[in-house]
Each structure stands twice: as C-alpha cells, then as structure tokens.
Design a protein around this ligand. Structure first.
Ligand code: ZN
Ligand code: ZN
Length: 361
C-alpha cells in the first residue's frame, strides 16, 4: 500500500485547488490516505507533512494501523486540534471537502482559528480525495477482487437453499451469517431480497414476505473484506416462468452484457449507460429501467464515477464500477443483474464470478 504516493497526490490536488493545506475528515478518505480505520479522525496534509488527529480510544489502534503519518491523540475535538495545528505551522488556505463537511463541523473549524487568520483560511473544494479514489491501485484491485469472489461464492451457495415459503428476512439472515462465517467484516449495505411482486421494487429490503411458488427472487448484496466492498445482483426464478418473464430476463441480460462490452478506457460513463438503455429501448422496456446503470465501488459502496445518462466523465484504467440494469413493472415483477467490472487497458474484466444465465429453481 503506497500511502506516501496517495498523500502526495492529494496534497497536489489541494494545491491545484488553491490550498496550501488540506483537511480530510471523511473517514473513507482518511483510511485511504493513512490506513486509520477509527471512527474519529481529522487528517491534515500540509505540503510534505501529514498529521492524523484522533482521540484516546484509538491510541493503540492508530499506532498499529498508521505508518508514515504522525499521530496526535487530542484531548479536544480532532477537527479543533487539526485547525490549531495548521495555524501553528502557518497554513494560510486550507481546502476542505464541500460535500462531506457538515455546517456544525465548519463552525468548529472556524472557531478553532483566531479571528485574524480566519478570513480566507477555509476553502471549500470538491471531494478531491474521493476523486483520487476512483482509480484503484493494484493493492486495492486485489482486495476488491477478493470481496467480489466471496460475494459470488455466497450467491452460488444460496442457490441450493432458496425455495418457496422461506421469508425474505430468513434468506437475508442466512446469507449474512454465511458471509460473516466466511470472513466478511460486514455487509456492504442492507441486503436486498425482493421476491414475487416485490421484485418490482428496485431496492426492496428483505421483508417478512415469503418467497412465492412461482416468481422472481432478486438478491442484491455485498460483503466487506479488508475494508473493500463488493456489490452484486442476481435474479432467479422459482417455479416455471411465463414466456414474458423469460423475455424480460433475456432483455435485461442482453442490456447488461452490452454495457459490460462497452466498458473501456476512454469511453464516457454516459456511453456505457446508453449501451444498456438502448437494448431495453429496442425491447420496449426503457420506461421500466428507472435508475442509472452503475456506480464506482471501493472503500464505499457508492463512489464515482456515476454511470448515468449523459454523464461525460471518461472511464480510466483501474476504475471499478458496477453494471446493473434492471426492469421493474409495478405490481407485477422486476429483475436486475449486476456485476462489478474493472476498467482495463484493453477493455474490461468482470470481477463477479457467478453465472448470469437464466436460473429456474
Ligand atoms: Zn447492488
Ligand atoms: Zn450497485
């Protein structure tokens, strides 16, 4: 893990945005830049210097996790200590994350510095570190690959378990138990199990509803391994499907595979979205595809880039994104198929190992 290079790039981005310092408080960004995983942290980058401020609960943990960054155990709010330190070392313009900083935190920052230097001291900048995190390095790709592989393995195990009459919540609990037993630190997000008519809900959290004798079951879930998340969706059919259900499945699968094939370095996010959308348009299903095609994944479940209509962001080698078109016909049925995909020099590599072909149980 090259924290030094990451910190250098982040400090460079702050400088380009007009700051001689950068205050990092979003925890995923802190972890990315110095390895610290505690729940209270303020990291300051000032030129070549980096200092992490946290509190006494994390003395041992910070020592264990953080290398190459000075750690200060503060007796006051970490943000206050960080801002006071910046004044001490002469930082004049400190960039801070305009998206993740709360109004309350901003007030704390302002109060921490003397009135005479306050003016112009804090510069709201776009989430610079989140931007850097969009392109994964080799270490991150290995961790994401492991998480995606575990997700796929868990799904394959679930195929032998799914049957009519199980409650969606039981299915989620079984899956989550298996995930933890296999070493997952947590689930990436609340597990989605949507069956029968509920499969028409794009984000149907597992409910008390029972899996039907005949109908779709959509599982959308992810595991966290070494801090990195996976995200996958598969939809299977219980019992014999009607021809229309099969047709819609085939259209979603074609949309998914067409979008995966469109992924390459230099292509825009909007072009990938359009690749999926155009297949569903031709099938007369576009109006039922009510969300975007995908998103970046890494230390957080939803990162950039966003793969949605007209997005002009260009895909770069090393990005890890999801491709997840779906069709949702209200009060009838719905389905989605989602893979994680690595953008490579040559095109793309699907990281989710599970099959996508039609499955009838
Ligand atoms: Zn998902
Ligand atoms: Zn997703």
């Amino acid at each position: 893990m090259n924290f030094r290079a990451r910190k250098r790039r982040a400090a460079g981005a702050a400088k380009a945005a007009g700051g001689d310092g950068l205050l990092v408080t979003h925890l995923a960004d802190v972890r990315y830049l110095c390895g610290f995983t505690g729940s209270n942290a303020a990291l300051v980058l000032a030129g070549a210097r980096a200092v992490l401020f946290t509190d006494g609960r994390y003395t041992a943990q910070a020592k264990d996790e953080v290398a190459g960054t000075r750690v200060v155990i503060a007796k006051k709010p970490a943000v206050t200590a960080a801002c006071e330190w910046m004044v001490e070392v002469g930082v004049k313009r400190c960039g801070f994350d305009a998206v993740h900083t709360t109004v309350a935190a901003f007030e704390t920052m302002r109060k921490a510095v003397p009135a005479k230097v306050r003016r112009g001291m804090f510069v709201a900048v776009e989430p610079l570190v989140a931007r850097l995190r969009e392109v994964k390095d080799a270490d991150e790709i290995a961790k994401i690959r492991a998480a995606a592989e575990l997700g796929g393995k868990l799904f394959d195990e679930m195929l032998g378990y799914l049957r009519p009459g199980l409650k969606e919540m039981e299915v989620a609990a079984t899956l989550e138990h298996a995930a933890r037993m296999a070493g997952a630190e947590a689930m990436s997000f609340e597990t989605i199990v949507a069956s029968g008519e509920r499969s028409a809900l794009p984000h149907g959290r597992a409910s008390g509803a029972k899996l039907p004798k005949r109908g779709f079951v959509t599982l959308d879930f992810g595991v966290v391994l070494n801090g990195y998340m996976s995200d996958m969706t598969r939809t299977v059919h219980l019992g014999k499907a009607r021809p229309e259900e099969r047709e819609v499945y085939d259209a979603v699968l074609e949309a998914q595979e067409t979008a995966v094939a469109a992924v390459a370095t230099g292509v825009t996010a909007g072009e990938v979205d359009e690749a999926a959308r155009s297949v569903l348009r031709r099938a007369g299903l576009e109006e039922y595809f009510t969300h975007s095609t995908g998103h970046g994944v890494g230390l957080e479940i939803h990162e950039g880039p966003r793969l949605a209509a007209k997005q002009t962001q260009v895909l770069q080698q090393g990005m890890v994104i999801t491709i997840e078109p779906g069709v949702y016909m209200p009060a009838r049925f719905g389905l989605r198929i989602e893979d994680m995909v690595l953008v490579t020099a040559a095109g793309s590599e699907v990281l989710t190992p599970s099959v996508k072909a039609w499955i009838e149980l």
